[in-house]
Design a protein around this ligand. Sequence first.
Ligand SMILES: *Cc1c(COP(=O)(O)O)cnc(C)c1O
Length: 486
Amino acid sequence: MSGETQEPKRPLAPSANLDPSDWGEFRALAHQMLDELIGHIETIREGPVWRPPAAETRQRFARALPHEQRNLGDVLDDVRSHILPFATGNLHPLFMGWVHGAGTPVGMVAEMIAAGLNLNCGGRDHVGIEVEQQIVRWMSEALGYPAGASGLFLTGSSMANFLAVTIAKTEALGPQVRQAGLAQQQQLTAYTSSEAHGCIAQAMQLSGIGSANLRLVAVDASGRMRPEVLSAMIEADRAAGHLPFLIVGTAGTVNTGAIDPLESLAAIAARENLWFHVDGAIGALAVLSCELRGLFAGIERSASVALDFHKWGHVPYDAGFLLVRDSAAHRRTFAQPAAYLQRADRGLAAGETWPCDLGPDLSRGFRALKTWMTIETLGSERIGQAIAETCHVAAYLAECVERHPRLELKAPVALNIVCFNIRGEDSAFIRTLVLDIQEAGIAAPSWTAIKGDLVIRCAIVNHRTRREDIDAFIGHIDRYLDDKRL
Ligand SMILES: *Cc1c(COP(=O)(O)O)cnc(C)c1O
């Protein structure tokens, strides 16, 4: 709004732009908030894991659109009373219910820098693209991909898996499918295990192929896809006149952390000439650990990998990533010749790689910075060790469960996910126990179904979780079983 058109009852705008009128005051408030957040993370284990937003807080966010300006200091007070106490809980060492990363203080600083610079990483010639390409090369190196692979940041592995299905579809049918659509085409069929994440079926829906054409391959007792069943299904589909095009292996299933036999799947994909994608949302970053790397043998033979830096990589949300071996195939699926995206050989519109050619996003934030700063400051070895340590803590929890007379391990522990239940208790009891523990703020386990049984599920993802935390957790369960209270 310009100075001349101000209505009389409005406070006089100190300046027409949106910067603070008093930079000194702004600086002091911003510094104080940064200090408070550092303190919040430093003392995270002293507070409850989680509590539901207070009624007053829910009401606070049901107000009408504010027309007038307010002091930043007052808004930050709202943040203190209504936001900080009611977060997800994933920073806390006893948050174990879902595969959520815990973040790091370095990641927080990186987010501040990224927001301050406000880069648009859709394309053009600036350093944001260079940093993102650095991560592409680092991930190629870590996963054993050749030089020249392509990749990009996305919100999460749900999106990365969707892009991979779309690339595989375009490669199977040819780039004209982008204009013509799927009508008249031979029926495409894809294969994944019955333990695969639900976003794979959704990717089939979104790509227009339909989730009915996703074959769910049976798993063995450890939750790993059975390659001989996969081969038989492909053969049956070919015999029925369908066009098999894609195998999705999982490196770390959401229920139990199982890793599909990636070598065998790669061999079948090569023999059958199918795209081999790996959903590495949970597990792919474990290749940074020399102790765990061997479990993922075969991932280097895949055509694409989806992974999440915001899970085991502890980069703040969101930081999903897709790596694609064949950069030309990647571009063929997404590049668009729009006039407003025209390139120049120099100036700001120069640059070889524009991420808007590699996915549906045009405007994109600088997710690469928080990932680069996290890896650059911690180093891949220390991140790998922290990943391995969560597996050790999970193994310790599994031991505690096996030693415990009333607890029973319900699935092998492949990586960092432990599923157990309580002998002689039914599903209703287990649900109540999990909810009571969550609401008491002492821990956050979840539940899942294993072979039809409801079980308590603990995913140890947090780099802050220690054996003492597991002891405390088991202690709470003991008290609950003895006295029905926490
Ligand atoms: C978390 C997860 C996803 C989905 O990733 P988002 O980052 O949440 O979108 C996909 N597959 C597996 C195995 C996961 O654990």
